[in-house]
Design a protein around this ligand. Structure first.
Ligand code: ATP
Length: 258
């Protein structure tokens, strides 16, 4: 168990009581009830390749609750990225339903999903997806511009996001002047700058050594609490999985285990 993290979010309690088949509200404690942020019901995704149909997702059920850190694990090719793309509205399922804050992503067109995505979802990838000629500050600022946030809010928010990821002293450095872990932390600042409710991270620590990966996970734990965000990430690293509120294991397009 990693001693630098403690598992204490309210969402953890939600996770313990979660019934993957039922999207109904889950009682956290006597005082509060959490609605799922995102529900995935019976989701399937197939691809036509030549004359063949490849069934990648074969009936996925999942709930994400506010302020949760959820992980997807599974062998290469099991369908994790395909599912993340669907949850983030980058793609639509061939069967089943996906609701993000009550919005039916599975039937909405690309324009409507893109609008929600820009406002309320952040993405982090294995390769940091930073603009190489822009400083850390300018990279984060760019995402606020994309989300159409008023210019008057940029400076304070960019500064506070870079502070949150521990990079206030490096904000004028360009990506090549930063370590891999620092670049990934800029990518996190960039992904949360527009205050999304959901952050989707595909193998965010895969390129990092264990110390840098630990720093990234520390930042994730902090922003789940302080930014009121839910993080869903994929990983192969069993050490990292120990800090998740919930781990879903995918085998060949279905979830197995508890
Ligand atoms: N657009 C596509 N057309 C055809 N097949 C696809 C497409 N996208 C994904 N696949 C197939 O779906 C399967 C699952 O891919 P996916 O990227 O979701 O797996 P993964 O679990 O994320 O793997 P990894 O851990 O290597 O990233 C793979 O066999 C892949 O080739």
């Amino acid at each position: 168990m990693l001693s630098w993290l403690s598992r204490s979010s309210t969402a953890e309690k939600a996770s313990e009581q979660e019934d993957a088949q039922a999207p109904e509200p889950v009682a956290l404690n006597k005082a509060s009830v959490a609605e799922p942020l995102l529900t995935v019901r019976g989701v399937e995704r197939s691809f036509d390749v030549g004359s063949q149909k490849i069934r990648v997702l074969k009936g996925i059920n999942l709930n994400l609750y506010p302020q949760q850190l959820v992980m997807l694990r599974g062998r290469s090719g099991s369908g994790k990225t395909t599912l993340m793309n669907l949850m983030g509205g980058l793609d639509t399922p061939t069967g089943g339903e996906i609701h993000f804050k009550g919005r039916p992503f599975h039937i909405w067109n690309d324009d409507k999903r893109t609008e929600v995505r820009r406002q309320d979802i952040g993405f982090i990838f294995q390769a940091y997806a930073l603009m190489p000629l822009l400083s850390a500050y300018e990279n984060v600022e760019l995402s606020m511009r994309m989300a159409k946030i008023h210019r008057s809010e940029w400076k304070a928010r960019v500064t506070s996001c870079l502070d949150l990821v521990g990079l206030s002293k490096r904000m004028h450095h360009r990506p090549f002047e930063l370590s891999g872990g620092e670049q990934q932390r800029v990518a996190i600042a960039k992904a949360i700058a527009h205050r999304p409710s959901l952050l989707l991270a595909d193998e965010p620590t895969a390129e990092l050594d264990s110390q840098m990966a630990a720093q990234v996970m520390q930042v994730f734990k902090e922003i789940v609490a302080s930014e009121n965000v839910t993080i869903c990430m994929t990983t192969h690293d069993p050490t990292i999985m120990e800090v998740a509120d919930h781990v879903y294991e995918m085998v060949d397009g279905v979830f197995v285990g508890k």
